[in-house]
Write a protein that binds this ligand. Structure first.
Ligand code: A3P
Length: 330
């Protein structure tokens, strides 16, 4: 049965390509967190609409050496890092008090300024015109490393990866999914969601597979990929922003350091500043998600307010087991 056009786009699950329709029946299927279903494609769980975007992106995206790709696990602070990367790369364009007042981050949501490849660009159009964008082009993705288009892996473009401790990631995802679900479906129960997360069934999960894949790439090719953690960004934002600038070969000059450019960027992109802007308090993405749904508490350790000791131990146990021997601690 065709879905109502009054549904937000992100819930219009029948808006998919024939290729996607043909592929879906052959893929393992689970109940969705936001939409009706998730499907296991190339080892990660994805809803039908985003599968359509992922297929087009894999087929058509041509990376260029100066490109910068932000890769994240959902709910690991993607919105924050999009803002930081945008502000960092455009800092000379918007320096000086007059220009600062016109900064695009003051009037647009970071997801509009740094688009997702599979969730936006290749969803809205099979072959979007990205060739005319000036370098460095800045995009985002949630796809696992082995599913990135070959040209991205072969090019010398830089990847910035961010993840977050699994308990906060889970709690953030649970809240986000409940906000986005259509009201008639009711909320996801916490315990059921935890079961699914611990079985690896989460958006673009299994969580640990994505994290481990990128951790390996960053260990083997540190010049290609910078591995960041939300907790480290929160604990020492200045040092990590400077690290990011160095990695992207646009380090802060002595003059910028003296003038406080690092602090300026961090202030602009802070949770309090971004979440308090009218553009983020109201308004929606083209796909229908409310801008405010990307800002909740923005804290480390909020999981204690939702998970029982048993629930927390369960996540810890699964993740420790999966990460065993990798040298990575989350
Ligand atoms: P919480 O739900 O724990 O508050 P993503 O951007 O990947 O969807 O992640 C969303 C999480 O990042 C949410 O976490 C959100 O509140 C937090 N977040 C959004 N903007 C932030 C910012 N500027 N600084 C720190 N955290 C931020």
């Amino acid at each position: 049965m065709p879905q109502s056009p009054s549904l937000p786009k992100y819930l219009q699950e029948d808006d998919i390509s024939q290729e996607c329709r043909d592929l879906l029946p052959s893929l393992p299927r689970e109940q969705g967190w936001v939409g009706t279903s998730l499907h296991l494609y190339q080892g990660f769980w994805v809803g039908p609409r985003y599968l359509k975007g992922a297929l087009a992106y894999q087929r058509h995206f041509k990376a260029r050496d100066p490109d910068i790709l932000l890769v994240t696990t959902p709910k690991s602070g993607t919105t924050w890092l999009k803002a930081i990367l945008f502000a960092l790369l455009n800092r000379t364009k918007y320096s000086g008090s007059g220009l600062q007042r016109q900064h695009p981050l003051l009037s647009q949501n970071p997801h509009d300024l740094v688009p997702f490849l599979e969730l936006k660009l290749y969803l809205e159009q099979d072959v979007p015109d990205l060739a005319s964008l000036p370098p460095p082009r800045l995009f985002a993705t949630h796809l696992s490393y082995q599913s990135l288009p070959q040209s991205l892996r072969d090019s010398s473009c830089k990847l910035v990866y961010s993840c977050r401790n699994p308990k906060d990631t889970f709690v953030s995802l649970w809240h986000f999914a409940n906000k986005l679900r259509s009201k008639d479906k009711g909320e996801n129960l916490l315990q059921e969601s935890l079961d699914r997360f611990c079985r690896g069934v989460s958006l673009f999960g299994p969580y640990w597979d994505q994290v481990l894949g990128y951790h390996k790439v960053s260990s083997e090719t540190p010049e290609k990929m910078l591995f960041l953690k939300y907790e480290d960004m929160k604990e020492n934002p200045c040092a990590n922003l400077r690290r990011l600038a160095g990695f992207l070969e646009c380090p802060f000059s002595e003059e910028e350091l003296r003038e406080g450019t690092v602090d300026e960027i961090l202030r602009l992109c802070s949770f309090d500043n971004l979440s308090g802007l009218e553009a983020n308090k109201s308004g929606k993405l083209v796909s229908g998600e409310e801008n405010k749904s990307f800002f909740r508490r923005g804290e480390v350790g909020d999981w204690v307010n939702y998970l029982s000791v048993d629930m927390a131990e369960r996540i810890d146990h699964v993740v420790e087991e999966k990460l065993h021997g990798s040298g990575l601690r989350l």
